[in-house]
Design a protein around this ligand. Structure first.
Ligand code: MEV
Length: 438
């Protein structure tokens, strides 16, 4: 059977499925059945999802959960989270409650600048290129007027364009390095459109710059694209309380807990193997909110991890200290998010998530997302430094194991009760289920 196909995207949805079922599933009908199970009965809603991407054959569900009781700058939020990992929403909710009773989260946006670059090759006199750039800078800006005028009306737009010489890295390599304020939009389309116009203007103006030689006029644009590294689009979130308020459970004193917590963060500041896992836990919270609110979690992930390595070494994104008896724990991260454009008005669940958050501005959403990351890290470190992570994880994973073995609702109720006082492990659950069934 041939496993390649020409013109796949032109086939109807059913033809695509027929081809897949025939080619990859031995004509087994259960593949078709599984795909169909996830179609939405509402045809219009299904069509909306079909048209998000090319070659849609079904929908891929993630649970959409809510972590309530987040007190952020004295306002209470229920935070929507889309994620498959069983313990994340529970952990966020526990951390929210813990900090609700201790004054909540304090947040602020430190900066909102986005970045984009035109990467180009110029072989010639660098001084002439600099003079050329200074001369055409007003034209670069005026040529983008039709793209920027609406954004400017609202107070955003292009902040600056610089010429950057990168020839020490690659012979002939220069950049137009531009900065933008995109307000409530994530800004990818706006930035990329401006950059492509810059590239056209750059090439066009070079052709008539009289000081250039024939070769110098042939500026070669390699590409024009925004950067997902946004180290000047930073949000900060923090929690703090007196050390003696940090009572965690009866087995550990507030003092001991605070000190172990500080040590755990310190380890993630110096040890990259730990820092990656530490930051992964932060991203559990961040990605879930980013996804639920229709934002691009790959962009956020890429930018955040680059930021974690900005010193040349990969480090923790959170920090903690005890000063004058006060425990503080905080995060500062770059987040390029939007609350207009993209999926925000299109995807019904995204609309609902934003409504649940009281229609936040992009700046407000940055703060909510940073809080979700900090809360998640607090919950993870709290478990790691006290009971260990498996207790909570396995409790949450219990339902997955029960479902895997087709437990009935009655069996689930009995076993959930049983495992309130027994340690959950895969084999213990199997054994308990067998005992129950016998
Ligand atoms: C698991 O998804 C996340 C943790 O590993 C994070 C951490 O170790 O800090 C629990």
């Amino acid at each position: 059977m041939r496993k390649t196909i020409k013109g796949f995207s032109k086939l109807s949805k059913q033809e695509k499925i027929d081809w897949l079922v025939m080619t990859y599933f031995n004509n087994n009908e259960s593949a078709q059945t599984i795909l169909e199970q996830y179609w939405n009965a509402d045809k219009k809603l299904q069509q909306l999802h079909d048209e998000f991407i090319e070659n849609t054959i079904t929908n891929y569900y993630l649970p959409f959960g809510v972590a309530p009781n987040f007190l952020i700058n004295n306002k209470v939020y229920a935070i929507p989270m889309a994620i498959e990992e069983s313990s994340v929403v529970a952990a966020a909710s526990k951390a929210a409650k813990f900090w609700y009773d201790r004054g909540g989260f304090k947040t602020s946006v430190l900066s909102t600048e986005k970045i984009g670059q035109v990467h180009f090759m110029f072989h010639g006199d660098h001084n002439k290129l600099e003079r050329f750039f200074e001369q055409i800078k007003p034209t670069l800006l005026s040529d983008t007027q039709s793209i920027t005028k609406n954004m400017e009306k609202r107070g955003g737009g292009i902040l600056n364009v610089e010429l950057r010489n990168k020839t020490e890295h690659i012979d002939g390599y220069f950049q137009l390095h531009a900065t933008f304020e995109t307000l409530d939009a994530m800004g990818a389309n706006f930035i990329n459109s401006c950059l492509e116009q810059f590239a056209d203007t750059l090439k066009r103006e070079a052709l008539s710059f009289t000081s250039f030689s024939e070769e110098e006029r042939q500026i070669e644009v390699v590409m024009s694209i925004l950067s997902n590294y946004v180290p000047n689009c930073i949000v900060r979130a923090e929690v703090s309380c007196r050390v003696d308020e940090l009572t965690e459970n009866a087995n550990i004193s507030a003092d001991e807990f605070a000190n172990k917590f500080i040590q755990a963060v310190a380890i993630a500041e110096v040890e990259p193997y730990r820092a990656v896992t530490h930051n992964k836990g932060i991203m559990n919270g961040i990605d879930a909110v980013v996804l639920a609110t229709g934002n691009d979690f790959r962009a956020v992930e890429a930018g955040v991890h680059a930021y974690a390595s900005r010193s040349g070494k990969y480090r923790s994104l959170t920090h903690a200290k005890i000063e004058n008896g006060i425990f503080s724990f905080w995060i500062e991260i770059p987040l390029a998010l939007g609350t207009v454009g993209g999926l925000t008005k299109l995807h019904p669940l995204v609309k609902l998530a934003l409504e649940m958050l009281d229609e936040p501005s992009a700046k407000e959403l940055m703060q909510i997302v940073a809080v979700a990351g900090l809360a998640q890290n607090f919950a993870a470190l709290r478990s790691l430094t006290t009971t260990g992570i498996q207790e909570g994880h396995m409790k949450m994973h219990l339902m997955n194991i029960l479902n895997q073995f087709g437990a009935s609702n009655d069996e689930k109720t009995k076993l959930i009760d049983h495992f309130k006082t027994n340690t959950v492990s895969h084999s213990a659950v199997v054994e308990a289920l067998e005992n129950l069934r016998n």
